[in-house]
Design a binder for this molecule. Sequence first.
Ligand SMILES: [Zn+2]
Length: 66
Amino acid sequence: MGAFTCPMHGDVRLSDAGPCPKCGMTLVHEEARFRLVRHLASNPLMLSVMFALMFAAMAGAMMLMR
Ligand SMILES: [Zn+2]
């Protein structure tokens, strides 16, 4: 038993695979998604890359506000 969920919309949960009703993205199996998150979180390199991307996005947003 499982559900398919959208990578962008956590509130979208369907019992069948298919496109997301909100954005059209291919739904992924809930457990596969958690596995991916766990995989990313367990990789220090990936964590630092994600942190750097977040920092770059914040810096970019701050420059746009000026
Ligand atoms: Zn979506």
